[in-house]
Design a protein around this ligand. Structure first.
Ligand code: GLN
Ligand code: ZN
Length: 757
């Protein structure tokens, strides 16, 4: 028996087949039956991959046409009132994407991943009833296909913990209405087979839970696991340790407990409790969050330590979480440097690792077939090669990083801002934008043609310059005060820098589902990072040469670059971040020496890098702030440093934002009036702030009056000398037809207000 387990598998398809089917269905180019056919094919293919890799516990219901939390909401009939006249797929996709009559449900990040789930909306008026159709059907499909699967469902505590109440109340007040539906669901599933395994995902157990939530764990699982003797319940957690919940769960009648031993090393502290109970341990030891080959020897050592406590018969070897979070298969990486490719492992390859590890662990190396022996040998060699490769280790970078600890720019804020105001001479309520202007079809085509070699370098440069010319001319015409070049050369704010940094790799097909049909292809950091030459100076200085106004330089900050990449696992993230910061620091220096007076270092992903556990927050904040400051440490006192963050909930982190010490921060507050700005005033924040005055996520053009009102409401909170006026994020996803009138109205609004000063 192989005794291994996979938490869940990707569903988008190795060639993003699901994405393509969904998008053509939404565009009315095919019917729903076509989507269903593709989905069925994918489910079968994904089961095949797992079966042929020798996986024992394979999932059903890990597939979804959009999102598993949305599926769970539908299963419970937690359907918001505004969708009540819809049915079946129309209802499902309207909840996810909105319809003519009803706005979509909110979407938010799944823990600390880049996956987004649909936030269920609950109301005390809801009438919850079971709709187990999808779950039952998927189990039966697998069965007909010759496979006995476990059934994956999202657990009730996580479901309630991630939902929101439409009336602002506490979701857990609805616990007693929701739990009976779960009981019914388990009863229904129990009818499907003689014995059946249900995986209940409770990732919320890895957060710091209050006592009220902790107190629900025992009654919930006493109930659910006590329903039927032929149902085996596995409660699975991931992304961090779940020590508090573990202690409770071992005293419930569940069959097994899934723990992440990679991202929650503290789970090892629970081993003795588990050993003393009758629970099976699903040991997450193959990383479902990263793309590196498993170091099998190391994993076997970890498992040996686990086996010092827990009896081997009670261990299953597993992925650390669903393989949804890694790309599908290395098979399609045809262009990648062979040495680097040899260090990687995507979803399909991880299945083989899980199988190989479990075989060695339970049956010994002697039991391996010749092919498996070769695979083990190759694994060993790949890990050795990675430890010593010249591609990874750059002595120069290591030396430079070692000599730097804390490095900060000259002068304190009060001193700097005085010099800057004198030199830069901008007025109160200075107008600017966040950086990008609309990405036109031509500009996308220009970049694509250049990348594919269909456009020569000179023509490419000319095309980009033409865009910049027009972009600068428009900003002058409309009367904006601090200009930008518009970022036409960038496809993505991380990829653009990654491509120019040494130590960064790119995949051809490394797609990971981000939400619904959308995927991202994160670059990966495999080695020591350095910046061989300036990355943005040419474009920024060209743009500056086209205007007598101030041209703002545009960079992405180290923490954001890190958080939106797959990061090497042979070095602490904080060290990698420091290396990136040094590269950015050189760029800041080159920009200012080339005459750029204001430089914005975007930290759009600063907040999402926060650890799930409070005890780890301080450490993250320490190095994240350290590295932002390091990245701008080369700035002269008179060089004004801006930063931008794509959110507005700063209440918990305001002290940290302050500690970053940027001269100006632009933030996203447009949708919440001045509410979220209040914290800045409350803590006596000194630096300047640019709260977004209109929402760029909508095509709507804001009127002058509306922006005037918005600015007055900001002025109730902060004095005009401290405020900048800008849209709430970059304009790249908008069209010029929307952007031009919106920005003109914004400038006009400021002009009207200034006449009253
Ligand atoms: N400078 C980037 C832009 O304007 C910032 C994008 C972002 O914050 N996500 O597009
Ligand atoms: Zn933004």
């Amino acid at each position: 028996m192989s005794k291994n387990y996979v938490t869940g598998f990707a569903r988008i398809g190795e060639k993003r087949e699901l994405k393509k089917a969904l998008e053509s269905y939404w565009a009315k180019e095919c019917d729903f039956q076509t989507v269903k056919n593709v989905a069925n094919e994918l489910k079968q293919r994904h089961w095949d991959y797992q079966k042929s890799a020798g996986i024992e516990y394979i999932s059903s219901n890990d597939f979804s046409l959009y999102d598993n939390i949305l599926d769970m909401a539908v299963t419970l009939n937690a359907v918001p009132q505004r969708f009540k006249n819809l049915q079946e797929e129309e209802l499902y996709f309207a909840m996810a994407r909105g319809s003519k009559e009803a706005v979509a449900m909110e979407m938010t990040k799944w823990f600390n991943t880049n996956y987004h789930y649909i936030v269920p909306e609950l109301s005390p008026q809801d009438n919850y009833v079971l709709n187990a159709k999808k779950i039952i059907q998927e189990y039966k499909e697998a069965k007909e296909y010759g496979l006995t699967c476990k059934v994956n469902i999202i657990g009730p505590i996580t479901f309630l913990g991630l939902s929101k109440r439409v009336d602002g109340g506490d979701c857990f007040e609805l616990y007693s209405k929701i739990l009976p539906i779960y009981e019914e669901l388990i009863q229904e599933i129990a009818k499907l087979d003689d014995t059946i395994t249900i995986q209940i995902d409770e990732p919320i157990f890895v957060k710091d839970l209050d006592t009220k939530i902790l107190s629900l764990i025992k009654p919930t699982y006493d109930k659910l696991a006590g329903i039927s003797s032929h149902v085996k319940i596995a409660v699975v957690t991931y992304f961090e340790h779940s020590k508090e919940a573990t202690k409770i769960l071992i005293n419930t009648p569940i069959w097994a407990l899934g723990l992440d031993f990679l991202h929650g090393v503290e789970n090892s502290d629970s081993l003795q409790y588990i050993a003393d109970s009758d629970k099976t341990l699903i040991a997450g030891v193959v990383d479902g969050r990263n793309i590196w080959k498993n170091d099998i020897e190391k994993t076997l050592n970890l498992l040996d330590t686990i086996a010092l406590h827990v009896n081997k018969d009670k261990i299953l070897i597993s992925s650390s979480c669903s393989l949804l979070h890694v790309p599908f298969s290395l098979k399609y990486e045809e262009k990648m440097n062979a040495e680097i490719k040899n260090w990687l492992s995507y979803g399909v390859e991880k299945l083989d690792e899980i199988n190989l590890i479990s075989k060695i662990f339970f049956q010994g190396k002697e039991s391996l077939t010749q092919n498996e022996k070769n695979a083990l040998q190759e694994n060993k060699e790949a890990n050795i090669s990675r430890k010593s490769s010249k591609l990874i280790h750059d002595a120069e970078v290591q030396k430079r990083v070692k000599n730097i600890n804390h490095r900060e720019r000259e002068g304190n804020y009060e001193e700097r801002i005085k010099i800057q105001k004198q030199k830069l001479k901008y007025l109160p309520l200075a107008t600017t934008t966040i950086g990008s202007f609309p990405q036109t079809p031509q500009i996308r085509e220009t970049r694509r043609a250049f990348k594919n070699g269909d456009l020569d370098k000179n023509s490419y440069i000319n095309e980009i310059k033409k865009y910049i010319d027009e972009c600068v001319a428009f900003q002058e015409e409309c009367g904006l005060e601090i200009l930008v070049h518009g970022e036409p050369e960038r496809n993505d704010m991380v990829e653009y820098f990654g491509e120019q940094l040494q130590g960064y790799g790119f995949s051809q097909n490394g797609w990971v589902q981000s939400y619904g049909s959308r995927c991202v292809k994160p670059p990966f950091i495999y080695g020591d990072i350095s910046r061989p030459k300036p990355m943005t100076v040419e474009w920024s200085t060209y743009a500056q040469s086209k205007t007598s106004k101030i041209m703002k330089g545009m960079l992405t900050g180290p923490v954001t670059i890190l958080n939106w990449s797959f990061v090497r696992d042979d070095m602490p993230r904080s060290e990698v971040s420091k290396q990136i910061a040094l590269g950015i620091c050189d760029e800041v220096d080159d920009l200012q020496n080339a005459g750029i007076k204001i430089i914005q270092v975007d930290e759009a992903a600063f907040k999402e890098g926060y650890p799930l556990r409070k005890t780890k927050v301080q450490e993250y904040e320490d190095w994240a702030v350290r590295d932002f400051k390091l990245a701008v440490s080369s700035a002269y006192k008179e060089t004004q440093i801006h930063t931008h963050m794509c959110y507005s909930e700063f209440n918990d982190i305001i002290a940290t934002i302050e500690a970053m010490d940027a001269d100006v921060i632009s933030i996203e507050t447009a949708r919440s009036g001045n509410e979220l700005l209040k914290i800045f005033a409350k803590v006596g924040y000194k630096q300047e702030v640019g709260p977004g005055v209109y929402d760029i996520h909508s095509p709507r053009i804001p009127s002058v009056e509306e922006i005037v009102t918005q600015i007055y409401s900001l002025l109730e909170v902060l004095p005009k000398e401290q405020l900048w006026i800008n849209p709430d994020c970059g304009l790249k996803t908008r069209k010029y037809e929307e952007v031009k009138p919106s920005l003109k109205n914004m400038v006009e609004a400021v002009a009207q207000i200034r006449t009253n000063f």
